[in-house]
Design a protein around this ligand. Structure first.
Ligand SMILES: NC(=O)c1ccc[n+]([C@@H]2O[C@H](COP(=O)([O-])OP(=O)(O)OC[C@H]3O[C@@H](n4cnc5c(N)ncnc54)[C@H](OP(=O)(O)O)[C@@H]3O)[C@@H](O)[C@H]2O)c1
Length: 323
């Protein structure tokens, strides 16, 4: 297979590249050149924000994987330049496209937001529509949920690992058995390439089954791999929210039970499971992310367009003192 990855040098795109190379596929990446491309790929440079797509004017690929999360125009522009020179178009979308509040169970038939220039949900839906308009049945929409694993540039699992590595008493948002839904970036990559090869099309929610891990299993795994002797101090959700601490942003991954929790951590993934989705255990995701963090010469990468998640130590200490 000849694969073109639009992006391919950061988190999700890099995992797709590595998975494809591991399968013996030939891989081309198209990017600005701000991050080093993984070894073993052919590199094309340009800038989707300014419409500089000249490097894509020649060449043919069996499929393209597009990781774009900016204005949808860039997806339409890439599709217009590539045309029939690519066989399939896989757009890495997001479960954020579903209109809130979402129905339960949240499957691919749920209503979606309007696509266009706007917030994250609108641009991701806009990207989907642009891919569908250009490629129709040859467009695959990978509606990823929370993505974790090595090379994460959002800072969620890296924050937990680094906080727990510092040791001492750590505020652990409960309940311990709170079920989580996420996908290891490498499982996302493997499923996406399988789906491309199997000529799948349309939308697929892509996360683990609810309960694949729990908050307790995630934080225990962090304590285990870091070996810091940190003591997890479990707190009820009400204690945390009453202290003005926000789930997801202050305490990454975690959400207090409620409507938002239901939409993020209890979605339906039956369609992807039936199409071969396999999810590795949380212990492996945590271990490999920790190994990657320790291999870095400095702090982990962080996307410049999102605030870094994580709880200030004084806020944490104030809650711990009350437990
Ligand atoms: N993280 C999550 O939990 C989560 C959840 C659901 C969905 N998603 C989706 O997953 C995707 C994340 O993919 P990712 O981690 O690979 O992407 P990313 O972190 O957004 O990386 C951007 C990639 O695109 C390239 N790029 C950026 N601006 C460009 C431009 N103007 N022209 C050409 N290339 C440009 C970058 O290359 P250079 O910088 O090297 O030039 C880099 O390879 C997004 O679509 C996101 O919506 C993420």
């Amino acid at each position: 297979m000849d694969l073109l990855v639009l992006g391919g040098t950061e988190f999700v795109g890099r995992a797709v590249v590595e998975e494809a190379l591991g399968r013996g596929w030939r891989v081309t990446v198209f990017h600005r050149g701000r991050h080093p491309a993984p070894p073993g790929v052919r590199v094309l440079t340009g800038d989707r924000a300014t419409g500089d797509l000249g490097a894509l004017a020649r060449g043919e690929w069996d499929a393209v994987v597009d990781t774009w999360s900016g204005p949808p125009r860039a997806v339409a522009d890439a599709a217009a330049v590539l045309g029939r020179r690519v066989g399939r178009y896989a757009y890495i979308s997001s479960r954020s496209v579903y209109a809130y509040p979402v129905p339960a169970p949240l499957d691919e038939t749920a209503p979606v937001v309007e696509g266009g220039d706007g917030d994250y949900a609108a641009v991701k839906r806009g990207g989907e529509l642009a891919a569908l308009e250009a490629y129709g049945d040859a467009a695959l929409l990978v509606r990823a949920g929370l993505v974790l694993g090595p090379w994460e540039n959002v800072g969620r699992l890296p924050w937990w690992l680094r906080r727990i590595a510092e040791g001492g008493d750590v505020l652990a948002p409960g309940p311990r058995e709170l079920e989580l839904q996420y996908i290891d970036v490498r499982d996302l990559a493997a499923w996406t390439l399988d789906a491309v090869a199997a000529r799948r099309s349309g939308p697929y929610n892509l996360v683990s089954e609810p309960g694949h891990a729990t908050m307790g299993a995630l934080l225990d795994a962090c304590a285990h791999v870091t070996g810091s002797g940190a003591r997890l101090r479990w707190a009820d959700p009400e204690v945390i929210t009453e202290a003005g601490i926000e789930g997801w942003t202050d305490l990454p991954v975690w959400l207090p039970p409620g409507e938002l929790y239901e939409s993020v951590h209890r979605g339906d993934v039956g369609k992807a499971l039936a199409a071969g989705l396999r999810c590795r255990p949380v212990t492996e995701t945590v271990r490999d992310t920790w190994d990657w963090l320790r291999s870095l010469p400095g702090p982990p990468p962080l996307r410049p367009d999102r605030p870094a998640p994580g709880l200030a130590r004084d806020k944490e200490a104030a809650v711990l003192a009350r437990l």
